[in-house]
Design a protein around this ligand. Structure first.
Ligand code: PML
Ligand code: MG
Ligand code: MG
Ligand code: MG
Length: 258
């Protein structure tokens, strides 16, 4: 059977000029769309970029391109929510989870330092699990994971089955975490939002699943974080190519989780 053609649709928005001109990152988004759904996809991204609590953009770019390579279907990571009472407890839990994923304490400590030095980065930092050093050379851009999505009908079926909220932010983050953890070189991911009004973050890995932590930063803080702890990188270029260019569609079937 011939598969329907998909397009990668992406948006980025900034304030005080484009990202290249040193503007402040406001919002970004990724959708896989068919040609006939393109208007809907572009409108959804436009709406996202226009209404972000990081501010009103004066630069936005929305683009689409056809995907010619095969699309890989991947099951979503198992999701779990950890309610915590304070940021300190949340941060401590994120450390414990990262250690459980196999990362040494001094490496986590180093990663946290990189992150505070690099706040304002819009993509992810790639950290070597052996040295704790940053591996990518993308400076303030970081690595932006692209070409991934989860068709809404399937996402809603999953959300209904587990009684999970049909929250777009959770969906987008879970899609990204699922793609990232699918690569064998990823040991774990640590993330919290750069949205000042959103303080839930997560630690994710193939082994741990998607572990939400309800407080990882203080309200009002615009510093976000996305770190990929990476092992066995014989080929950093191949890894970055996977993150940026290979296409993943998250897909869930009830039988998968029985
Ligand atoms: C983001 O805002 O881009 C990251 C959100 C991470 C947490 C999403 C969740 O609540 O699970
Ligand atoms: Mg964001
Ligand atoms: Mg979609
Ligand atoms: Mg590969």
């Amino acid at each position: 059977m011939q598969e329907e053609k998909y397009y990668s649709v992406r948006m980025r928005a900034a304030k005080n000029g484009s990202h290249e001109q040193g503007g402040k990152h406001i919002s970004g988004g990724e959708i896989l769309s068919t040609f006939s759904d393109m208007r809907h996809a572009v409108n959804a991204l436009l709406e996202k970029g226009l209404t972000h609590s990081r501010g009103k953009p004066d630069f936005m770019q929305i683009q689409f391109e056809a995907i010619d390579e095969p699309i890989k279907r991947v099951k979503p990571l198992q999701i779990e929510s950890n309610e915590v009472e304070s940021v300190e407890i949340g941060q401590a839990l994120s450390w414990r989870l990262l250690e459980k994923a196999g990362i040494q304490e001094q490496i986590i400590e180093k990663a946290y330092k990189h992150m505070t030095e690099c706040s304002g980065i819009r993509g992810a930092l790639l950290i070597d699990v052996h040295s704790g050093e940053r591996m990518d050379d993308r400076k303030e851009k970081g690595v932006r994971v692209s070409r991934m999505d989860w068709l809404n009908t399937n996402f809603e079926k999953w959300a209904d089955y587990y009684n999970n909220p049909k929250n777009l932010r959770v969906k987008e983050a879970l899609v990204l975490a699922t793609k990232v953890s699918e690569h064998p070189a990823t040991v774990a991911e640590l993330c919290w939002s750069d949205d000042p009004e959103y303080i839930t973050g997560y630690v994710a890995s193939k082994k741990l699943g998607y572990q939400r932590i309800t407080k990882l930063k203080e309200y009002g803080d615009e510093r976000g974080c996305r770190i990929f702890f990476v092992d066995c990188l014989e080929d950093l270029k191949e890894y970055i190519h996977y993150l940026e260019k290979e296409t993943i569609l998250v897909q869930w079937e009830e039988e998968d989780d029985k």
